[in-house]
Design a protein around this ligand. Structure first.
Ligand SMILES: NC(=O)c1ccc[n+]([C@@H]2O[C@H](COP(=O)([O-])OP(=O)(O)OC[C@H]3O[C@@H](n4cnc5c(N)ncnc54)[C@H](OP(=O)(O)O)[C@@H]3O)[C@@H](O)[C@H]2O)c1
Length: 276
């Protein structure tokens, strides 16, 4: 599974499961986590400037002696940067921290600053996007995208710039389908790959009765059921763990869920026992 890929609209292959690094502190923990992930066989690593761990992520990659071209590395423009020139500055800073000379995927982290969710930054997003298009065209980035964008955000960005993102990375996990289905449908119609962040609902969905029942039915673990669920929707999961055994578990996804079980997981949030 870790070597399988989705095809982006620009012809770039992106490994089907990525390794998440949010809340993995820079230093020994991030270094060891990425080292372990690469040993397990993950070749797709998701980081961000604001995770403040790009230095350790880059160091672990460098020390692994992996061929850079065999890896797929994503980073993200901080959500408060909504400016053409600053986008270039932050992109180069991420590259420098990672000790790389190109990025496989670079994302606008959010349509608004995390400190002011919902703020209208449409003009600023378009400015940042124009710089990212230039960096893409000059081959410093192999594919470009956005994160946390809803349908309105996407339509506006495309209208202002004429350039459709290759990827939209959004929160997507069992129980979150109703909230995200319009965005997922719009992305599918426009050939934008959806990446599912927090596929385990940051761990909260693991003990849900339905997930436990399905784990028994398929002889899989709750985490595997939840990650497989995101793949059944054609989205790309980014599970995070700092534990090697869990990294192995989270990549063992060679099974499929019946459609009726996918539909039951879609409405998991309606289950009052969700966190029971
Ligand atoms: N673009 C954005 O705005 C955005 C936002 C959030 C996340 N993301 C990306 O998506 C990635 C994943 O999301 P996430 O980190 O929020 O959460 P997640 O992957 O849904 O869940 C991670 C949590 O589950 C635990 N866990 C992992 N595997 C497990 C297993 N097999 N069994 C039991 N527990 C397990 C982890 O603990 P241990 O580490 O102790 O194993 C951690 O507490 C992030 O790391 C980041 O790269 C992006």
């Amino acid at each position: 599974m870790l070597k399988e890929t989705f095809l982006l609209s620009n012809g770039v292959h992106i490994p089907k499961v990525g390794f998440g690094t949010w809340q993995v502190p820079n230093g020994d923990i991030a270094y060891q986590a990425v080292k372990d992930a690469l040993e397990v066989g993950y070749i797709h690593i998701d980081t961000a400037y604001v995770y403040e761990n790009e230095i350790s992520v880059g160091q672990a990659i460098k020390d692994s002696k992996s061929d850079r071209k065999d890896l797929f590395i994503t980073s993200k423009l901080p959500s408060h940067i909504k400016d053409y020139q600053e986008t270039e500055t932050y992109f180069h800073e991420s590259l420098k921290r990672l000790e790389m000379d190109y990025m496989d995927l670079f994302l606008i982290h959010a349509p608004w600053p995390w400190s002011n969710i919902g703020q209208d930054c449409k003009v600023g997003n378009a400015e940042a996007w124009k710089k990212m298009i230039e960096l893409y065209q000059s081959k410093k980035i192999r594919s470009i995208g956005v994160s946390n964008f809803n349908v309105d955000d996407l339509k506006d960005l495309i209208k202002r710039t004429g350039f459709i993102p290759h990827v939209n990375q959004i929160a997507f996990f069992a129980g979150h389908y109703q909230k995200q289905k319009e965005t997922i449908a719009f992305c599918k119609e426009n050939n934008i790959l959806v990446e599912a962040y927090s596929p385990l609902a940051i761990g909260h969905a693991l003990k849900t009765p339905l997930v436990l029942t399905l784990a028994e039915k398929y002889h899989k673990t709750p985490a595997q059921i939840l990650i497989r669920y995101t793949l059944e929707h054609g989205t790309l999961p980014l599970p995070k763990s700092t534990k090697k055994a869990r990294m192995i578990e989270n990549a063992d996804l060679d099974f499929t869920l019946d459609q009726k079980d996918v539909e039951a997981l879609d409405v998991l949030s309606e289950d009052p026992r969700r966190f029971g």
